[in-house]
Write a protein that binds this ligand. Structure first.
Ligand code: LLP
Length: 416
């Protein structure tokens, strides 16, 4: 559910016309809906309201300051993976006692920073990481709270580039290695095991793998308690998929019931790390047609957004719906078209083989599903400035990241 709708034949974000936003702020631009964000946050918390749950927003999915601030004000903690994400989250007001620090390669300075912030949990993925955290906690004269991220070897049935639950990936500790890791923790006065964690992948659209993972983690948690570690929590990670096109989106209530049913018998607290499900559908990438090239094969609609703005189609072959800002463009006879950017690569495309009315220069399109893993993954390839982010609430618009100025692209380089 989102608040991007046609009213009188014109696409709106809440009560603002996208055509007016394009006039005011130019294109390409990311446009977010504040009401959609709030709705998603509240529905998710509501779904888990009957069980002690800490929801830590996966900051990597959209770390714009204003977006983070809104999400933290709604009561979410943070799942983060770097010193940068830690600093951002603290400056956006996160409660440090609701932070989990994930990732396979935490650096010493990052571990120290997180120790100083008194975070809830380091989600540890290797023996060398346990040794580093113990060493640095000793320096700080602290006891670090750690959870072991387990790789349960479960196929999340998603795009293989964003699947993390199988032994073929770099993530987590294989169950077979669990005992050895527990021993390291037992031997260190600077480590306290507070939980077990997993994250089997992202954009998951079937409940079965999540259910299997939750039951597996409940069993592991019980074994860990029986082995003499009085842990507090089971962290089930993120991964809930959204509707980009025709895929099945799991209902939040079904997701919550599935996790709670599995974890409840352990008596432990639940932690979740949602990213995409909160932000994925809060935004569109607004773009303008530069021109149309007709070839014997197909029509290429060349737009002013490109793979540097939105890399998901290029990187994962991801599908994003592309809809016209003026609805009449949707109605009449259609042709097979590729939406492509101006970057000098054949891999620079935003949508392939779409049926649409052949547009003309200046027509506007909205690329949907661009609130998560979109602006955040943009770059400066071809020395293209990064697009602004604008959030709309009713008729109120706020530029929450301004368009980058061209000289800012090369400002860190040595100038003769
Ligand atoms: N927790 C951990 C440890 C993660 O690695 C991730 C995502 C999440 C939580 C949040 O997952 P979500 O609820 O958003 O599915 N760039 C890719 C997605 C990469 C996801 C990486 N990890 C994309 O554009 O689809």
């Amino acid at each position: 559910m989102d608040f991007f709708e046609y009213k009188n034949g014109e696409l709106h974000c809440e009560d603002s016309k996208l055509s007016l936003l394009a006039e005011r702020y130019g294109t390409p631009s990311y446009i977010y809906s504040q009401s959609t964000l709030l709705k998603h946050c509240r529905r998710l918390l509501q779904a888990f309201s009957n069980y002690p749950t800490t929801a830590c927003f996966a900051v990597k999915s959209n770390s714009n300051h204003t977006v983070l601030k809104t999400i933290f004000e709604e009561g979410f903690g943070a799942d983060l993976v770097s010193a940068g994400e830690l600093q951002r989250s603290l400056s956006a007001g996160v409660d440090p006692s609701k932070i989990v620090f994930s990732g396979v390669g935490k650096l010493d300075n990052e571990i120290l920073m997180a120790l100083d912030a008194n975070i809830m949990s380091f989600n540890v993925e290797s023996d060398f990481e346990l040794h580093s955290i113990a060493r640095l906690a000793a320096v700080r004269k602290k006891v670090a709270r750690v959870s072991l991220r387990i790789n349960p070897n479960i196929d999340a049935k998603t795009n293989e580039k964003i699947a993390t639950g199988l032994y073929s990936t770099k993530f987590g500790i294989p169950e077979t290695e669990l005992q050895a890791h527990l021993q390291i923790i037992k031997n260190s006065p600077h480590l306290k095991l507070i939980g077990v964690a997993c994250h089997i992948g992202s954009q998951i659209t079937e409940l079965a793998p999540l259910r299997e993972a939750a039951h597996r983690m409940a069993t592991i948690a019980k074994d860990v308690v029986a082995a003499g570690f009085p842990i507090e929590l089971v962290d089930m990670g993120g991964g809930l998929g959204i509707k980009y096109s025709k895929e099945n989106a799991i209902e939040l209530e079904d997701y919550a019931t599935t996790l709670i049913d599995a974890i409840k018998p352990t008596g432990l607290k639940l932690v979740i790390e949602p990213g995409r499900v909160l932000v994925g559908n809060i935004g569109v990438l607004l773009t303008q047609v530069i021109g149309v090239k007709k070839t014997p094969q197909k029509n290429f609609i060349i737009v002013d957004a490109a793979m540097n703005d939105l890399i998901r189609p290029t990187l994962y072959g991801s599908y994003h719906d592309i809809i016209p800002v003026v609805q009449s463009l949707e109605k009449t006879a259609t042709t097979l078209c590729d939406f492509v950017g101006p970057i000098c690569e054949s891999s620079d495309f935003l949508g392939k083989d779409r049926t649409c009315v052949v547009p003309k220069a200046g027509d506007l399109f909205a690329i949907r599903g661009c609130g998560g893993y979109a602006a955040i993954m943009s770059g400066n390839y071809n020395s293209r400035a990064m697009a602004p982010e604008i959030i709309v609430e009713g008729t109120r618009e706020r530029v929450i990241k301004r368009r980058q100025l061209l000289p800012e692209i090369w400002q860190y380089e040595l100038q003769d």
